[in-house]
Design a protein around this ligand. Structure first.
Ligand code: IPE
Ligand code: IPE
Ligand code: MG
Length: 246
């Protein structure tokens, strides 16, 4: 079993995933892109379950980027409808597993019914004490950094922050991920080697894991494989290998 190879004392606290390849999966199966997105929900369920089993504290899933608004209208509408369905259908399951739902991104740009269902689900899982499941929706890393900058400018204007108090930790507190540790591991499926405007600030020292598996085929065993790979790495944070080992 893959899970037996995992070192339990070295599980990342935060895993982030760029869930990519739904469209290509659908095409391979002779179906339309929406079919691929629908199948992607099974992968989400499995990965959430796997992360919970390992004791991962935060799982951030990139579900819809700022740039994804430029997709055909039909696809965007189908994705929004799918999102509502998935939330409604999975809510009991999330509560059973003690999963606490959170979101990052420009939620105000989402349709009103999606905003409402999300707020409801966030509230109904707010007392759960297990995995934090963070869904990135209408999210981009540049948006996140720009929003933080805007908030800080406002606070400087009203005198809540003076210029020389603007440290890295103050800045971090204004990002959408405030209070959440940076991901130690970032996974991208579907064989693409890019970040696509995901957590730009937060992945400064993340380990990257790229897999050719298309998202609808990804399961918790694949998450375990990614974590095993992560556990074999030496994270040096600018230091030398010798410094790290001593
Ligand atoms: C990821 O799959 C899902 C979203 C971006 C919403 P894609 O829809 O990007 O699938 P491909 O990359 O076209 O195969
Ligand atoms: C990144 O996937 C966004 C999500 C997974 C939500 P895309 O499929 O949109 O990325 P690009 O456009 O290929 O870089
Ligand atoms: Mg894609």
């Amino acid at each position: 079993m893959v899970i037996d190879e995992l070192k339990q004392n070295c599980i990342p606290q935060h895993v982030a995933v760029i869930m990519d390849g739904n469209g290509r999966w659908a095409e391979l199966h002779g179906n339309d892109r929406i079919f691929g997105h629908r199948q992607g929900v099974d992968a989400v369920r499995s990965v959430v379950e796997g992360a919970g089993e390992l004791g991962v504290k935060y799982l951030t899933l990139y579900a819809f980027s700022t740039e994804n608004w430029d997709r055909p209208k039909d696809e965007v509408e189908a994705l929004m409808a799918l999102l509502i369905n998935a939330i409604v259908q999975e809510l009991d399951n999330l509560n059973d597993k003690q999963v606490k739902l959170l979101t990052i991104g420009d939620l105000s740009s989402l349709p009103a019914d999606v905003q409402l269902k999300l707020a409801e689900a966030i509230l109904r899982t707010s007392n759960n004490t297990g995995l934090h499941l963070i869904i990135a929706l209408s999210y981009s890393g540049r948006w996140d950094i720009l929003e933080a900058a805007k908030q800080i400018i406002h606070k400087v204007k009203i005198g809540d922050i003076v210029d020389d108090q603007l440290t890295e930790s103050v800045f971090v507190n204004h990002l959408s991920t405030s209070g959440i540790p940076d991901p130690e591991l970032l996974i991208r499926t579907s064989g693409e080697y890019r970040i696509s405007n995901f957590l730009l600030w937060q992945i400064a020292y993340s380990e990257f894991y790229f897999t050719p598996i298309l998202w609808p085929d990804f399961r918790k065993e694949n998450l375990f494989e990614a974590i095993i790979d992560f556990q074999r790495r030496e994270r040096r944070f600018g230091k030398t290998s010798e410094q790290i080992r001593s």
